[in-house]
Write a protein that binds this ligand. Structure first.
Ligand SMILES: [Zn+2]
Length: 354
């Protein structure tokens, strides 16, 4: 009989401690949630931005944000899913932010000296298995060698082993990072298809659906048309359209200013939850990463350092800008933290590592 009061006490204590713990978690999540500005999820397409982008990007065109905006309008439920992805990301990247603040959307500000610490995790090098779908009138026109070139570029860029990785002559040397990913080709599927251009409405994915997108990254290589290099789906979206679409002219080492395979690097960045480095807006929009300075718009061509906007030098050499392939060569520690957070327990791509 004496054991019962102890047992009851223990249960009461356990319940109370659980309540305290969940209250703290709720308070913490609420404070971070209050700092998420969901208006940053939308592309701001006012006339000034549109004209400055077309003037600056000199031909480079990624449609990931346009596709996201369309999907948010078509599917009201997507908003909540992406909000939860963002909340999870901020809860798991807070330690990487200066001063521990997790959710400051303008963390980069105009300060080029912001240094973000790498958030330790036990994920090691994250392996992403890849399915490639080649969809062309003659699908053999994209060879296995090209596929392998592209895989090698992804490996190099996401492990910072490319020879041009160090941003010499800039103030960003401390920010360049090994993101800790490798990519393994799980299969190549060729489809002879006479469709001349597929656009950005995911029709190529409907025609040739993704294979096990919860465990594999799917890449479609086809003619998108309209001078568009590629588009990716951000984490949190519909599984049936999950993956990356690349124009064949920009897949692998094809030569030309966008022919070094880095359109794929840029689109995989989106697939792993990175925004454009300029935040798809002017100086008051951010990319949710503290060690990338705020920029007024995209940069194109091959800028000479410094290229200044919003009172600081832009990180034009970041993979998430619009510059030529040979002129982009880094992710930052803050971007690394953001990409890896989605693989942690509860993260939107955690099924790929479990
Ligand atoms: Zn993009």
């Amino acid at each position: 009989m004496k054991k019962i009061p102890f047992l009851l006490l223990a249960i009461v204590a356990l319940v109370m401690s659980c309540e305290n713990s969940s209250e703290n978690e709720i308070q913490q999540e609420t404070s971070i949630a209050q700092e998420i500005d969901m208006s940053d999820f939308y592309l701001h397409s006012d006339d000034e931005e549109t004209s400055s982008k077309s003037a600056n990007n000199q031909g480079k065109d990624c449609h990931s944000m346009d596709v996201l905006n369309r999907q948010l309008q078509e599917n009201p439920g997507l908003y909540n899913k992406m909000y939860n992805v963002e909340l999870h990301t901020r809860n798991h990247t807070a330690k990487g932010k200066p001063g521990g603040g997790g959710g400051n959307p303008n963390g980069g500000g105009g300060d080029t000296d912001v240094d973000v610490a790498i958030v330790p995790d036990n994920l090691g090098v994250i392996n992403i298995p890849v399915y490639v779908h080649i969809v062309y009138p003659n699908a053999n026109s994209i060879s296995d060698a090209r596929v392998n070139e592209q895989m090698a570029v992804l490996d190099d860029d996401f492990s910072s082993t490319n020879v041009d990785q160090l941003p010499t002559g800039t103030t960003f040397a401390n920010d360049a990072t090994d993101a800790g990913f490798k990519f393994s080709l799980a299969g190549t599927f060729r489809h002879d298809d006479s469709t001349s251009s597929w656009g950005t409405n995911n029709s190529v994915k409907a025609a040739y659906p993704p294979i096990t997108p919860d465990t594999h990254m799917n890449i479609w290589v086809c003619n998108i048309g309209g001078g568009i290099l590629g588009y990716a789906q951000f984490p949190g979206g519909n599984e049936l359209t999950d993956g990356i679409v690349l124009g064949g002219d920009y897949f692998g080492n094809t030569g030309g200013v966008y022919g070094a395979g880095r359109t794929a690097t840029h689109e995989v960045g989106h697939y792993l939850n990175l925004r454009h480095i300029w935040g798809d807006g002017r100086c008051n929009r951010d990319d949710f990463v503290a060690d990338t300075p705020t920029a007024g718009s995209s940069n194109g061509g091959c800028p000479t350092f410094p290229s200044v906007s919003c009172k600081s030098a832009d990180m034009t050499m970041n993979y998430m800008d619009y510059v030529y392939d040979d002129c982009m060569y880094m992710f930052t520690d803050g971007q690394r933290n953001r990409m890896r957070a989605i693989f942690l327990p509860g993260g939107s791509r955690s099924t790929m590592v479990n």
